[in-house]
Ligand binder design. Sequence first.
Ligand SMILES: Cc1ncc(COP(=O)(O)O)c(C=O)c1O
Length: 395
Amino acid sequence: MRNKIAEKMLEKKDMIFEIFEFSQKRIREVGEENVYDFSLGNPSVPSPDSVSETIHLLLDELKPLELHGYSPGKGIADMKNAVAMHLNQKMGAHYGPEHIFPTLGAAGALAHALRTAANPGEEIVTFAPCFSEYEPYTAGAGLKLTIVPADTEHFQIDFEAFDAVMNPNVAAVLVNSPNNPSGVVYSTETIMTLARKMREKETEYGHPIYLISDEPYRDIIFKGTDSPYIANYYDNTLTCYSYSKSLSLPGERIGYLAVSPECEDGEMIMAMCSQVSRMIGMNGAPSLMQRLIGRIEGQTADLSVYETNKNLLYDALTSYGYSCVEPGGTFYMFPRSPIPDSMKFCHDAMKEDLMLVPGDIFGCPGHFRIAYCVPTQKVKKALPVFRKMIECCQE
Ligand SMILES: Cc1ncc(COP(=O)(O)O)c(C=O)c1O
């Protein structure tokens, strides 16, 4: 018998990649310079030189068996030490290497966090708008995903709606800040309220409720944004990080799961991670990448273009009449669609060779996502098309 979950997923194929494929077709037809593709969250800045320099050094210094061998089940010590030290210095945390588990990007970290924090049949609560891949991630682990409707005024958390969905079957709450697709960063007040409510629910239900914090955009924060380190506010936090965006290394599949030193059963969760790797056939993050991070942890690509693009787009779009919550980080923006049907709006935009993603796939219809991880010149050239799109809706 074929797997029913994967088969059902075919009905809802990855819409973002379908839009991207259409964009590639249009590029072949009309030329790259005439297509405005804001559909994919692929970093647009190169990795820092230190990435290739360090890889060369590692290739020279280490023996092939060390470089390319299986890594230990719990990860390579150099990376675990470097990550713990960095988090302690930058976030005021107090991790040891024993709290860090290297993974295949944030996706790999989430695969481990979900399977250590919950059993099949249990529930994960998350908040709209949310990353569309949370559905397959949770379905693949046999978990039920409940999406709390969005606070569309600020894209913080609608706590009344959160209270309404909480129940004893909830094993974990999954947050993503800075957020894909809104670009919004949860404020200290939001995190403190969430932490307080979750602690109350833990007492009421008599079991831990883990906070899974998905943070691949943690290093893309714009000036003046309040960006609390979430694990500092809630003991039972499992932090999922990735170097895909901060070092522009999405193809290398490297990230980590950090289990808070205060986490209930944290030692057990760390031990279980190696077993989860066996369960899902994802043993050990790439050795070379772990060694690289061991040497350059704390560095990032030059991420400044994302803030430049955000400022340009936000100022222009709001002046044309779009309504939008200003992003505090990431390379995404999530304006309200000028017409209620955001699928139609994005479809109409495609006819102008402007590729946007409808909010429907992020659990928040009536909006659209702009991934502005593109050259600034492209943003400037696309502005008249954005203007034309809203003017057409106003006619
Ligand atoms: C919110 C969010 N979580 C997780 C991921 C997966 O990250 P990675 O590719 O590093 O596994 C992404 C990737 O775009 C993302 O946007």
